[in-house]
Design a protein around this ligand. Structure first.
Ligand SMILES: Cc1ncc(COP(=O)(O)O)c(C=O)c1O
Length: 395
């Protein structure tokens, strides 16, 4: 039997596996599960975007390879226009300041492959989206963990990064609004990041996947609004969460043209871009629709129901400003994996144990507001009633 490449040995064990097995077992036994697991929008893509895809798919020009440098021209210029409209940030798509991606995950992963050699360091937030760490490891690099602690508002403490590590690091990943903690960043923090990155010659990659999933009138800033950010950084985002388009796989990188060129060099050797009709439908969405406000209002309602209900069981959670997630401490006496298993087995409620986001996630769990089948918060109420009836929680 031919062995898999050794690079896979560097990846930490897949901690969601145990929960996935417990879920499969519960479903096989006919359990009525309420699933707060994946952050995958449960509402459909808005119809006008599907119509735009159909129109574009009927044009034979979209049936061939996209031979552009950085992505389908209408799409990359729609991204640039969106940045201007949404953030007042000027991007020149004709100069390579925007790159089409197969979803932001692809870009986040390939950025490590483009810039990290064996022995190089990338600065990675934890708890965090695992893609930053895993791809750094597979490229032979060393992730230096930046702990996200509640006492710092889940922002990394840049002054805690040892100066020799900072000097050696090539890449820093950041993500606000944040998965899984739902924290948001301030402009002051971004200013510190730009200064730190300039001092230490580090590329900053800001993952902005949840920039449009915000509540109560809060508007998330773009990292690229920070003076100097374009000199050292890029931002990645996608239509996945804002337009309920996770399955479409359409994203972008925007910002410094030299950094984007490096990422594009990697991509050009791996993929041959995407079905151009997708890009045209994405351009339609960005040019004509400000996200999907109905879905955001539904998430906000679910957030209110879930936070109020958990607080009635003894939690002390604030109302989150953004993201699809509630990040909450496990009750005393539990490891996050044990609490998640108990929730599944006793209450039929699927949550994600915080340890799945790295050791700094231990002591917490994540619940996603994308509950399939929930029309108006009723499944969330049912889930919390089951928790109340079946769990013994002693604070
Ligand atoms: C923090 C974060 N970044 C990026 C992504 C990837 O999203 P996509 O590849 O669909 O753009 C996700 C998906 O859940 C995420 O949580």
């Amino acid at each position: 039997m031919v062995q898999l490449a050794k690079r896979f040995d560097s990846i930490p064990p897949y901690l969601f596996g145990e929960i996935a097995r417990a879920k499969a077992k519960a479903l096989a036994e006919g359990a009525d599960l309420i699933d707060f697991g994946n952050g995958d929008p449960d509402q459909p893509t808005p119809q006008p975007i599907i119509d735009a895809l159909c129109r574009a798919a009927n044009d034979p020009i979209t049936h061939r390879y996209d031979e552009s440098d950085f992505g389908w021209p209408e799409y990359v210029s729609a991204v640039a226009n969106w940045y201007k409209k949404r953030f007042g940030v000027t991007l020149d798509a004709s100069k390579g300041e925007v790159l089409q991606l197969i979803g932001s995950k692809e870009g986040l992963a390939h950025l490590a492959w483009a810039y990290i050699d064996p022995g190089d360091i990338s600065l990675v937030p934890e708890p965090g989206y695992t893609v930053y760490k895993v791809n750094t490891l597979m490229a032979g690099g060393t992730p230096h963990i930046m702990p996200l602690l509640p006492e710092n508002g889940y922002l990394p403490d840049l002054s805690a990064i040892p100066s020799d590590v900072a000097r050696k690091a090539k890449l820093m990943y950041l993500n606000y609004p944040n998965n899984p903690t739902s924290a948001v960043a301030t402009m002051d923090f971004y200013l510190d990041v730009v200064e730190f990155a300039k001092q230490n010659d580090i590329i900053v990659c800001h993952d902005s996947a949840y920039s449009e999933v915000t509540f109560d009138g809060y508007k998330a800033p773009s990292f690229l609004q920070t003076p100097g950010a374009m000199d050292i950084g890029i931002e990645m985002n996608s239509l996945s969460k804002a337009y309920n388009m996770t399955g479409w796989r359409l994203g972008w990188a925007a910002g410094n043209a030299d950094i984007i060129k490096g990422l594009n060099k990697m991509k050009a050797n791996i993929d041959s871009k995407q079905f151009p009709a997708l890009a045209l439908a994405g351009a339609y969405a960005l040019e004509n629709m400000a996200g999907d406000p109905k879905t955001i209002a539904l998430y906000q309602k679910r957030r209110d129901i879930l936070v109020d209900a958990l607080n009635s069981l003894g939690w002390k959670l604030p109302k989150t400003k953004a993201t699809l997630y509630i990040w909450a401490p496990v009750p005393p006496g539990y490891k996050s994996i044990d609490f998640a298993k108990m929730m599944l087995e006793k209450a039929g409620v699927l949550i994600i144990p915080g340890i799945g986001y790295g050791p700094y996630g231990e002591g917490y769990f994540r619940m996603s507001l994308t509950v399939s089948g929930d029309k108006d918060g009723e499944l969330i109420t049912k889930a919390v009633e089951r928790m109340k009836a079946n769990l013994e929680i002693n604070w």
